[in-house]
Structures are given as C-alpha cells and as structure tokens.
Design a protein around this ligand. Structure first.
Ligand code: ADP
Ligand code: MG
Length: 232
C-alpha cells in the first residue's frame, strides 16, 4: 500500500462563538494516500471546504489530529508549515483568484517567488508550466483578458509550478461550462497519471466525483459512510 500523505483523526472545527457558534466539522477521520484521487462530496454547507482548508494546512482544527506524511501538524513551526505548504501543495480554489492586472506568467510564478526562487529560474519553470497547459502564447497577457477556462488553466499552471505532491481543488469546474469543465478535469487527472500527483477534489458534480478512485461523503460536518450514490 502506498504511503499516507494526509491523515485526519477526529477533526473538529467551529466558527463563531457563544450562541452563534457553529460546528462545521464534528469529528472527521480520513486517510489520503500517495497517488490517489479522492473526491470530497456533499451538499452545500456540509463542511467540504472547511475540511479541505484543514487538510491543506490553511487553517487549524479546534480538535483532533492532522498528520502530514505521518508527522503531527502541531509539531511543525509556522515557518516549516509554510514551506511545506508552498513546496508540496498546489491549490485550485475558486476564491484564490488571479491578480487581474498582472501578467499570466507573473501569476503562475507567484509560489516560486514566495519560495525565493530567482527570476531566471522562475521564468523558465513558469513557462514550462504554461506550455503544459497550452498557454505559453498567453504568458504576457493580463490575466483579466482570459476566458474562464483559460483562467482556470492558469490557476492549474500556478498549482503545478512547484511540482507539488498534492493538488487540492475546490469545485475546480464550478464556474465553467460542461465542455470546458471536462477539459480542466482531464488536465487534473493526467497530472495524477503522469506525475503521480495526489488529487483531493471537493465537488458536488457526481460525474467528476465518479472519476476519482474514492469518494468521501460529508453530511452536516460528519462523514456519511452510508452514502454510495456516486460510487455505485
Ligand atoms: P461546503 O464547502 O460544503 O459548502 P463549508 O465548509 O464552506 O461548506 O461550510 C460549512 C458550514 O460552515 C456552513 O454552514 C457555513 O455557513 C459555515 N462557515 C464556513 N465558513 C465560515 C466562516 N468563516 N464563518 C462562519 N461560518 C462559516
Ligand atoms: Mg465549499
């Protein structure tokens, strides 16, 4: 069996306090292994994005344990956590918008800039990522001037540029028409096949979920092990 990339043990997360306190995750346990494609499925408001943010180390749980490559995330200092996240994780989130007036290339190389990679190497690696997404000819365009599908491909290029182990995608096709959405999905799955990148995809698209090796159903902040509507 392949190595464990991420393990969540009974994680709990609440928002707000006092009477307005809301428990978005009520104790979720799961294990994601290297090279897997995993769909996190559930209705709107069920806690999918919250779960993904915790798995991606973008937020801390209130309770439970998160293991990253077998290491308790609480043992990592924040700088080590930031380095790990920037180096090993790629993000395809709707809310992680592109900087509209920056060039496509500048948007793509942002994770490299954060990692302290020099300008020449940044450019080379950024262009290589854009070539993979067939967007090299758009490198100098402003991000704002692209179509929806092109923007999402730029976001994938940016997620890829650090050669990550895991790509987290939250509703990656939510804003795209069906045909463009399928193309973006094909790109994500080819990254899994060709590079062994682990995919964790939040979606309420049953067809996208069914393309993944495994589906994790979330219902009202808990894993719903009785639901098999996509898998069957
Ligand atoms: P999903 O991605 O499945 O739609 P979310 O994880 O975004 O669900 O949200 C789960 C629940 O937590 C929802 O009821 C949502 O309103 C609430 N929630 C999410 N983020 C916040 C926040 N920052 N502050 C307060 N409540 C939040
Ligand atoms: Mg969500």
């Amino acid at each position: 069996m392949s190595a464990s990339v991420l393990t969540a043990q009974n994680i709990v997360k609440s928002y707000g306090s006092g009477a307005s306190r809301f428990e978005a995750l009520k104790g979720v346990s799961l294990d994601i292994r290297e090279g897997e494609t995993v769909a996190i499925v559930g209705k709107s408001g069920s806690g999918k994005s919250t779960l993904m943010h915790l798995l991606a180390l973008l937020d801390d749980p209130d309770g439970g344990v998160l293991l990253v490559g077998g290491v308790d995330a609480r043992q990592l200092k924040s700088t080590a956590m930031n380095v790990l996240r920037n180096r090993d994780f790629g993000f395809v989130f709707q809310q992680f918008f592109l900087t509209p007036n920056a060039s496509v290339l500048d948007n793509v190389v942002l994770p490299l800039k954060i990692a302290g990679v020099g300008p020449r190497e940044r450019r080379a690696r950024g262009m290589a990522a854009l070539e993979q997404l067939e967007l090299a000819d758009k490198a100098k365009n402003k991000a704002i001037n692209l179509s929806g599908g092109q923007k999402q491909r730029v976001v994938i290029a940016r997620a890829l540029v650090n050669n990550p182990k895991v790509i987290f995608a939250d509703e990656p096709t939510g804003n795209l028409d069906t045909a463009t959405g399928r193309l973006v999905e094909d790109i994500l799955f080819s990254l899994n096949r060709d590079k062994g990148i682990t995919l964790v995809i939040v979606t309420h698209d049953v067809e996208l979920a069914a393309r993944c090796d495994r589906q994790i159903f979330i219902r009202d902040g808990l894993e719903d092990t009785t639901s098999t509507e996509v898998a069957s």
